[in-house]
Design a protein around this ligand. Structure first.
Ligand SMILES: NC(=O)c1ccc[n+]([C@@H]2O[C@H](COP(=O)([O-])OP(=O)(O)OC[C@H]3O[C@@H](n4cnc5c(N)ncnc54)[C@H](O)[C@@H]3O)[C@@H](O)[C@H]2O)c1
Length: 263
């Protein structure tokens, strides 16, 4: 078995979730120690237990990324428990009501910004000094294909995800000389339990959502985790400021275009 994360300590915010959990498990299976931070202690602990059951090293921690003190504690806690911090993954996103800008309540707009975007700022703010003190490492921010193209009625979500792309580039520039790489991942439609509840089965999900991608299918959380592993590992040692689209080719074409008759 390869051990591409041996010697690494990773902090995964939103690590109790489906994509964050898959990343935490993948990192641990490659030798990393992982602190799983999630607003739900129950979900964080469940992922930590699944890693421990598989022979890996992990712990869960209740963290609200909207609270600066809790973000600072998470970064310190990773070092206290595992001796250092070399990788931060930000995988939190909140759910806010859809609607046009004039219909969305200010509180919902502010909540999307606070949890999806300021939460990432706070986690970076407190994790980066610990990563620097550990000799360097990397940050992987989970954005979305919806940061590349617009969706009707999703101004909060889409705007925060587009913001993450540029936030990532600026941090990559600011920390490049300190041996810290910063990249983002933009997943396309990924089959999670939530989407499978909506579509019933993976086959149904692929039938309905698959045609939107060049690969004609939806993705899996493991496929996102593989991309995160690449970006966090030494294999990506010359990659920083990048956004890796793990979207099956969703964002490379414009579906609405009718078949060309050559005109
Ligand atoms: N699932 C997809 O198809 C898809 C596609 C593109 C992008 N993404 C992005 O991937 C990331 C993870 O998505 P997911 O599908 O795993 O969702 P998820 O809901 O399973 O995971 C999100 C996790 O964040 C946690 N969380 C929510 N608010 C928090 C807070 N204030 N502080 C700390 N933790 C908090 C939740 O408890 C949850 O465990 C998100 O950023 C999402 O936007 C998902």
């Amino acid at each position: 078995m390869t051990q591409r994360m041996t010697g690494h300590v990773a902090l995964v915010s939103g690590g109790g979730g489906e994509i964050g959990g898959a990343i935490a498990r993948r990192f641990a299976s490659e030798g990393a120690s992982v602190l799983i931070a999630d607003i739900s202690a129950e979900k964080a602990n469940a992922v930590a237990k699944s890693i421990a059951d598989a022979g890996g090293r992990a712990a869960g921690l209740a963290v609200d990324v909207g609270e600066p003190g809790q973000c600072e504690r998470a970064a310190r806690d990773a070092v206290l428990r595992f001796g250092k911090l070399t990788v931060l993954v930000n995988s939190v996103a909140t759910v806010t009501p859809d609607g046009k800008v004039e219909d969305i309540a200010l509180e919902d707009w502010e909540r999307a910004l606070k949890i999806n975007f300021t939460g990432m700022f706070l986690m970076c703010k407190y994790a980066l000094p610990q990563i620097r003190a550990s000799g360097g490492g990397s940050v992987v921010n989970i954005a979305s294909s919806h940061g590349h193209f617009a969706l009707h009625g999703r101004v909060g979500y889409c705007s925060t995800k587009a913001g993450i792309h540029h936030f990532t580039r600026v941090l990559a520039l600011d920390y490049g000389t300190e041996n810290i790489r910063v990249n983002s991942i933009s997943p396309g439609p990924i089959d999670t339990e939530r989407s499978l509840r909506r579509y019933g089965t993976r086959e149904n999900s692929n039938r309905i959502r698959g045609p939107g991608q060049a690969l004609k299918r939806t993705g899996t959380v493991e496929e996102v985790a593989n991309a995160a592993l690449f970006l966090a590992s030494e294999e990506a040692s010359f990659v920083t400021g990048a956004d890796l689209r793990v979207d099956g080719g969703q964002t490379i074409w414009k579906r609405e275009e009718p078949a060309s008759d050559g005109v």
